[in-house]
Design a protein around this ligand. Structure first.
Ligand code: AMP
Ligand code: GLY
Length: 447
């Protein structure tokens, strides 16, 4: 079948790489793609947000299945438009994508489904938000833009002044574009974070899988938030008991609740969780794979991704195998100097073996912000440039492989974190606060 992947980041390169391995896939298109996806299929220069253009492309090229990476076209209704045109698509409808597109809608859903999450109130006026915030102890809450904000819509003010500045800039200053018109003030939680993913089709929830990502730009979580600087799987604290609890208390109730609401979910569901003393609590849901979590999950997926996506689109996930492997995977994101702020692009990348995904060190290299220059040279084209993925029997091996690949690739101003997955190394896990035993001890079961 002819498959179209929508998006242009490391996540979409990982999806294209995995789809290209399927016997079901005879031709792969990526819109718009990057220099890496061009090695897995044919790039077509249509933006991920141009739903009309994508629909025209899918009709003209007789695409059998479309797999959507990013959330923006989902929230804009790409699945509804494709379905109306009789096209198969792996993406939730606009109504279901509200689980990511509106934090206040997602909160209501969790309340209805009795899913643990921090208490929150939503505000449309800065006056009301300010008087509520100032009535609370300093540092006891977080402030979130209601709508999509590319991962940058959450502020954690520690003082009254910071809270005031945050509210004024979000509502009155429109700091996050349309996203900030409404905001949520939510109780601040503490605990280790984990991203959990499952394929969902109506009430059916596939085998789940977990990964940890790193959002801050610098080592030890210093500096501003980014789209993601690295990830690893499995988390050192992830046990079958915890997985079963997340499935029972979060994934299944939400899938059932969305069916009951008349907006059934079809796609991959991403639960961002904090492991609090009361149990796993939802920070947010996303309606897509995480980036860079996807880059460590695709090598881990043993089943055929094209078969799974087709099964979700055709309503037969229950009969389809979703098997995750046993190995460990670590990815390190190589960014342009200055990211997430101003940064240069168009710089030549050296050390990549041709334009392939494999390099000498056996790591997988997924491209994020890259393009092919006129002479065939790979050039930087964004903030997140490349994602090196190491694999192994354990985190130590996978981590060594990822960093060895990072060491062999360079471009002017290149930056990466040097502590990705460090806390998951056996020595750190044995002494640190996030050992399995320490976390198991924190988790209550829900009454
Ligand atoms: P989000 O964009 O919702 O994933 O939030 C970004 C980050 O903000 C999360 O990864 C958490 O580290 C932090 N965060 C969000 N909500 C809360 C909360 N209620 N309590 C503590 N930290 C939070
Ligand atoms: N890795 C976080 C995200 O994709 O939102």
């Amino acid at each position: 079948m002819r498959v179209l992947v929508v998006g242009n980041g490391g996540r979409e390169h990982a999806l294209a790489w995995k789809l290209a391995q399927s016997d079901l896939v005879s031709e792969l298109l990526i819109a718009p793609g990057n220099a890496g996806t061009a090695t897995a299929g044919e790039n077509v220069p249509i933006n991920a947000e141009d739903v009309d253009g994508l629909l025209a492309l899918a009709l003209e090229r007789e695409v059998d299945l479309t797999v959507v990476g990013p959330e923006v076209p989902m929230v804009a209704g790409i699945a509804d438009r494709f379905a109306e045109a009789g096209l198969k698509i792996f993406a939730p409808t606009a109504a279901a994508a509200r689980i990511e597109g509106s934090k206040s809608w997602a909160k209501e859903l969790m309340r209805r489904c009795n899913v643990r999450t921090a208490e929150a109130r939503s505000f449309d006026s800065s006056e009301d938000a300010l008087s509520y915030a100032l009535s609370r102890p300093e540092g006891s809450f977080v402030i979130k833009a209601d709508g999509l904000a590319a991962g940058k819509g959450v502020l954690l003010p520690d003082t009254r002044q910071e809270a005031t500045d945050a509210i004024v800039s979000m509502i009155d200053g429109n700091a996050f574009g349309n996203a900030g018109g409404r905001l949520l003030i939510e109780d601040r939680m503490t605990g280790p974070e984990v991203s959990v993913f499952a394929f969902v089709q109506g009430e059916h929830v596939s085998a789940e899988v977990a990964a940890c990502d790193y959002k801050r730009v610098g080592d030890d979580d210093e500096g501003p938030n980014t789209g993601g600087m690295g990830a690893y799987t499995p988390p050192e604290f992830w046990t079958p008991e915890l997985a079963a609890q997340v499935r029972r208390e979060v994934l299944e109730p939400v899938a059932r609740g969305m069916v009951a609401d008349g907006s059934p979910y079809n796609g991959v569901l991403y639960a961002g969780l904090m492991l609090t003393e009361d149990g796993p609590s939802v920070i947010e849901f996303n309606c897509r794979f995480g980036d860079p979590e996807c880059e460590v999950l695709m090598p881990l997926l043993e089943s055929d991704l094209a078969e799974i996506c087709l099964a979700v689109a055709e309503g037969r996930l229950l009969e389809t195998e979703v098997r995750w492997g046993e190995g460990a995977h670590v990815c390190v994101v190589m960014t342009s100097g200055g990211y997430p702020g101003r940064h240069r692009t168009g710089l030549p990348v050296s050390g990549l073996a041709a334009t392939g995904t494999e390099n000498g060190a056996d790591a997988l290299i997924f491209h994020a912000g890259t393009r092919v220059g006129e002479d065939g040279q790979i050039l930087t084209a964004g903030g997140r440039v490349l994602v090196a993925v190491g694999s192994g029997e354990d985190i130590a091996q996978a981590r060594a492989e990822a960093y060895s690949a990072v060491g062999s690739i360079s471009f002017d101003g290149e930056h990466h974190r040097s502590d990705i997955a460090e806390r998951a190394l056996p020595a750190a896990a044995a002494t640190g606060g996030s050992s399995s035993a320490a976390i198991a001890g924190r988790l209550g079961t829900r009454e």
